[in-house]
Design a protein around this ligand. Structure first.
Ligand SMILES: [Zn+2]
Length: 202
């Protein structure tokens, strides 16, 4: 299938996605020249509509995007770029460009949970279980083992509902240990990604 540059007067929108976390980083445009430069170099290039020229992402900031995969959509007029992002994707210093909520209150569950846990870590509340975990190394380490044991019991009983609940408890308490030790949960995903990341294109 060919890229349909004609539909958008020579430009196609490109959504850049973090290949490790799945986070949507930014949206920009490519013309034929930007697409060719991206495939040739293995780094994301866009067509800057404001500057009216080819633009390598991170050319000034160093916050480049290494290409992992480029996917064309069903009717050929938009591209999803899966990338390895260096530094923040947004020029504001935020990790992604989409940080001005217009509507709705929901969030993706894991980042939202981590955010809430970090708030509890920074502003302890004596009634909060999470704060208690951050206050006691002994408690949070014990909980990981305890909950892992309950995962095993639920699995041995082939109790799917309980297994999901106990697994959630393990994830939650594991996150508490990671945050308490200053290891961003993202680093865990990085390790998993390194074990299975395909070689870069281009
Ligand atoms: Zn931005």
């Amino acid at each position: 299938m060919e890229i349909d540059f004609a539909k958008g007067n020579g430009l196609v929108p490109v959504a850049a996605q973090d290949a490790i976390t799945g986070d949507v980083l930014m949206l920009a445009y490519m013309d034929r020249e930007a697409y060719d430069a991206t495939v040739r170099t293995g780094f994301m290039h866009y067509h800057s509509r404001s500057k009216g020229r080819l633009w390598k992402k991170g050319e000034e900031s160093g916050h480049v995007q290494e290409v992992v995969a480029l996917e064309l959509d069903c009717d050929g007029d938009s591209i999803l770029a899966k990338v390895k992002q260096t530094g923040p994707a947004c020029h504001t210093g935020k990790p992604c460009c989409f940080h001005n909520r217009l509507h709705g209150t929901g969030d993706i569950i894991l980042p939202d949970l981590v955010k809430t846990m970090r708030e509890r870590q920074e502003n302890p509340n004596p009634h909060s279980h999470t704060s208690k975990l951050f206050a006691s190394e002994n408690l949070r380490l014990k909980k990981v083992v305890e909950e892992a044991g309950e995962v095993i019991m639920a699995a041995k009983d082939h109790d799917q509902e309980r297994l999901a609940e106990e697994a959630a408890d393990v994830v939650f308490h594991l996150l508490a240990v990671l945050l308490a030790e200053g290891v961003p949960p993202r680093r865990v995903l990085d390790v998993l990604a390194k074990r299975r990341m395909p070689p870069k294109v281009g």
